[in-house]
Design a protein. Sequence first.
Length: 276
Amino acid sequence: MSLEIDLSGRVALVTGGSRGLGRADALTLAHAGADVVVADILVESDESAAEVYGPLAQAAAARGLVMTEATAEQIRKLGRRSLALKCDVTEEEQVEAAVSQTVDELGSVDILVNNAGTLDHLGQLVDQSAELWERDLRVNLTGAFNCSRAVWPHMKERGWGRIVNMASVAGTLGGFGQASYSTTKAGLIGLTKTLALEGARYGITANAIVPGIIATEAFDFGNPEMNKRMIRRTALRRTGKPEDIANAIAFLCSDLAGYITGVELNVSGGIELFTF
């Protein structure tokens, strides 16, 4: 008997889908048969937006790495339906509008991948900016809460749903100089387990992916020496690929994973292990 991940007939909403992990997630779900909504705070047709959203967004825009609309077009070329939506996950009204448009145009929202997040600063506790602390909480944690709450009634009504939250080994191990980021990612794991408990009676599963060091644009923006240290700490002694994360997400969204909920799945090359 062959096992195949088949998401035909499902509609997925991927936040932070313009590049990196989110783009890989969206494309992989489409290859598995899903129709996909690519949502991001940045879209190519709004060139001014990057100036508002910090240095990482500005760097991505400057390097031509914003591909929200391009990703949706690529998905449509696969024969799937797709929308590219501008959405700030910290704004409840924008999230509700994105979910409503998804349901109106594609008929449902069966899968939510809470990938939108920010990591664009480092600083030990005494140097942690209170403003950036609050911003990171809003984007990385409250954003996932907003999106999960918006899709919940639709999944509950259909009696089926998959929510996947993008956590991090920083949330399970801590991160030096990453107080806000580590806290939000740990919070996502707690949110995941609560969603799993509350959603089980309605056929909704919720799981968290815990990535390690993944070769994305954000990794390339990082400090080279710190990147080398993290790779040396990883048991497999290499970075992962965005597709490693996306393949795990596709599995968790499929019927093959129907009895899996409330887990934190390390896709990390063993960085959480004690290595010599």
